[in-house]
Design a protein around this ligand. Structure first.
Ligand code: TXA
Ligand code: MG
Length: 333
């Protein structure tokens, strides 16, 4: 067994989260790469460290059901599942509260939020000590398997290790990611939808709820969605719940001369003069800042404009994921 982190190390890790840093930590399923879920720039750093070419929404870890209910809206089935399986290897996707303190980047612009109360003592201590909701995908580089030990984390994320504090809690107990269930409808007889198979079995869930678990059917959403990271993430079927955020407004990309009827989504120091509404994702041309602001800016412009012109954004680093989302948004649903 590795030496368990001391109280001092947990305090340091909590401070790192509060300051917008990244902490890899064990949960009972797999290790997560965590950041303060309210801090968009910290979440952008997660995507950068994972080398993900697209923004998949992240699971937000909290200490209790009460904390979860401040962020998402729970129907009867969701509350039942949470009471029965939390803390544990179950993630619930529910509607986000409005307003919600969690960065829109954690939801990748969707109106839903994935929530989990983990059962690992170190994860629990980190949540309590930091008092942060912690967004954490599996702590592996994109395309690698989910890590079940601190050694896996260090090997997979070695390029970013100088910026990541790794809490070593030994091997994870379950070794499979959490089961993800969607509870989005608010009616009495609402469906409970299996989005990803994982640590808690279908039989256990059906027994606990007394409801049959629907499998997500393909409703024509983006079939290339989700973490094609190998392992069980490939089972996350396309459909309504995983569809990309798409604005109502028409997007025009690579624009250097916006038209009078367009709102402008600008980037960098050379934004053209524009009389219409303008939001600059990062006046200094910082891609991390731009990623952190992307979904909130799109939502904001979408509320007021029918046409949005988007300036060119470099296709390097996080720019790749930003451009991926903008290209999809320009195509519409
Ligand atoms: O066991 C686990 O779930 C681990 C530990 C660290 O908690 N986390 C994990 O995270 O596996 P990640 O990012 O590797 O997988 C999360 C999955 C992704 O496939 C993502 O698309 C889905 O959850 N997801 C997150 N938010 C969602 C949402 N609002 N709607 C639908 N799917 C969502
Ligand atoms: Mg993963």
């Amino acid at each position: 067994m590795p030496k368990m982190p001391t109280k001092t190390e947990i305090i340091l890790a909590a401070e790192k989260l509060q300051q917008g840093g990244l902490v890899a930590f064990p949960t009972e399923t797999v290790y997560g790469l965590g950041a303060d879920a309210r801090n968009g720039a910290a979440l952008a750093a997660i995507y950068a460290a994972k080398g993900r070419p697209a923004f998949n929404p992240l699971i937000v870890h909290v200490a209790s059901l009460a904390a979860a209910e401040e962020l998402g809206i729970f129907n009867i089935a969701a509350r039942h599942l949470a009471t029965h399986f939390w803390p544990g290897a179950l993630t619930l996707v529910v509607p986000r509260r409005v307003p919600c303190p969690i960065s829109e980047l954690a939801s990748a612009g969707l109106a839903t939020i994935a929530l989990r109360v983990p059962n690992h003592p170190l994860a629990q201590q980190l949540l309590k000590q930091s008092d942060c909701p912690i967004a954490a995908p599996s702590a592996n580089y994109s395309g690698h398997l989910s890590p079940t030990s601190a050694a896996h984390v260090r090997a997979s994320l070695h390029a970013s290790l100088p910026n990541i504090m790794v809490l070593d809690g030994g091997e994870t107990e379950i070794g499979l990611e959490s089961t993800i269930i969607g509870c989005l409808e608010m009616e009495e007889e609402a469906r409970v939808i299996l989005l990803r198979k994982g640590g808690v079995t279908r039989q256990k869930i059906e027994l606990a709820t007394g409801l049959p678990l629907s499998d997500l059917v393909d409703e024509g959403g983006g079939g290339d969605e989700g973490g094609s990271e190998g392992g069980s993430e490939a089972q996350l079927a396309p459909g309504r719940l995983t569809r990309h955020y798409a604005p109502k407004a028409k997007l025009r990309l690579q624009v250097t001369e916006p038209r009078a009827n367009e709102a402008l989504l600008a980037f960098g120091a050379n934004a053209p003069p524009h009389a219409g509404q303008t939001i600059n994702l990062s006046p200094s041309g910082d891609l991390t800042e731009a990623a952190a602001n992307l979904f909130a800016a799109l939502h904001h412009l979408d509320e007021t404009a029918t046409h949005i012109a988007v300036m060119p954004i470099p296709n390097t680093g996080l720019g790749e994921a930003i451009n991926d989302r903008l290209t999809r948004a320009a195509k519409g649903r």
